[in-house]
Design a binder for this molecule. Sequence first.
Ligand code: XMP
Length: 528
Amino acid sequence: MHQRILILDYGSQVTQLIARRVREAGVYCEIHPGDVDSAFIESQQGLKGIILSGSHASAYHEDSLKVPAKVFEAGVPVLGICYGMQSMALQLGGKVEWSDHREFGYAEVRARGHTRLLDGLEDFSTTEGHGMLKVWMSHGDKVTQLPPGFKLMASTDSCPIAGMADEERHFYAVQFHPEVTHTTQGQALLSRFVNEICGCAGDWNMPDYVAEAVANIRAQVGTDEVILGLSGGVDSSVAAALIHKAIGDQLTCVFVDHGLLRLNEGEQVMKTLGDHFGMKIVHIDATDQFMGKLAGVADPEAKRKIIGREFVEVFQAEAGKLSNARWLAQGTIYPDVIESAGAKTGKAVAIKSHHNVGGLPETLNLKLLEPLRELFKDEVRKLGVALGLPPAMVYRHPFPGPGLGVRILGEVKKEYADLLRRADAIFIEELRKTEDPISGKNWYDLTAQAFAVFLPVKSVGVMGDGRTYDYVVALRAVQTTDFMTADWAELPYALLKKVSGRIINEVRGINRVTYDVSSKPPATIEWE
Ligand code: XMP
């Protein structure tokens, strides 16, 4: 049983970042809705502290979520962030008021009073010797009167109470957001809270986790057989490697190739997981079936539905043949868990969840095995490396479930997919070959997603002495951390020139390459 921090969510878009920072400090934590009941808080074994998230709501509105009174009676340290601070102030007898000066973005905060939370943390000091923090603020309301027992911990010119503390009860609160990277001392502040103030020993690390997860899987499935749908993506590959480590040949993976994968992806999966790891993998080439169903369909949503439905059908037929299987394993990760919980309660911000094999356990009458449900994506990657998967596979850009199906505009044809795969592979190969002079990184690692898109229109070109009349591909490369907003990447012209030259010369059938300079919003990352 790990020591744990409970994060109560009041609807901020960045609540997940709090959890990631806490995990980075080596401490296990979970996010739950902000209005959990007392019994839930009492049931938290190993509870060492509570963090209250931000929100877009106003703490003093009647219908806003209140912090459960039990939080302040649980006998553990509490850290309030933004709305969490305002709720703490209001509920413990202070005052919060609407402010006509909305603060949004960069701010400099002066630390005051040498509290345990901020002691020694500073980005610079003023000429008078005051320690200053560079932080990110986003609030309209502010605390205007400290609750009894609290002292001032931080202030800015426009927000005199930007932090407060009751050190006797170990209650701390900040108006700024330590969880975002723009707050440079944010990780240090959160580590200070969980490791020193809450006294967590940092018992959450990957090598120990592997041993623990393996033991849990063995205990859970016993001698039963397990099936897993392999997609070639990071989550299902890591889940497969972990389960295989735990139960070896009791695991059978089913790899459905819908003909819309990237170049050589199927071979790579078979080579790495099949040959190298020795997993039992049933490889099904269902290209013709998928292409048949997609023929004549141009609507993006209709295409998505067909691909999802066929995938389930093919997988189900194969799984049905493995009559001893009692478990279906899935690579569900923690953000999926939080998002679907949020979507159910309507509280947390439900952004999107893509489940490619949703609904399968019911129809197959299988129990669900989800060994990654506690992990964030970066932890899944670390786990993959710890299990011996190649870093290039583990750190691959995300790839949508419907694959190239959403990167071929309109009707999908095998001929288009073949052209696109080759153009895409050239783009990725050239991105990996580069090195940025400032960061020393290559452009593949400097972008969150990069790919080619097939445009089913023909344009005129000239090659040698002849006229060509061929298709167009667009290159898309974006930088983002959350995929909810994204900027198009400012790739060097020389790189774009090289990529377009190679694609046009090497991929017969494409005679024009364009670069997509749209950000999200208003565009999306994928074209469909
Ligand atoms: P958009 O295009 O909405 O994409 O800006 C945001 C992120 O989601 C991925 N994406 C998908 N992933 N199934 C998936 O598994 C899908 O249907 C799907 N659609 C978009 C996209 O690649 C990007 O990372």
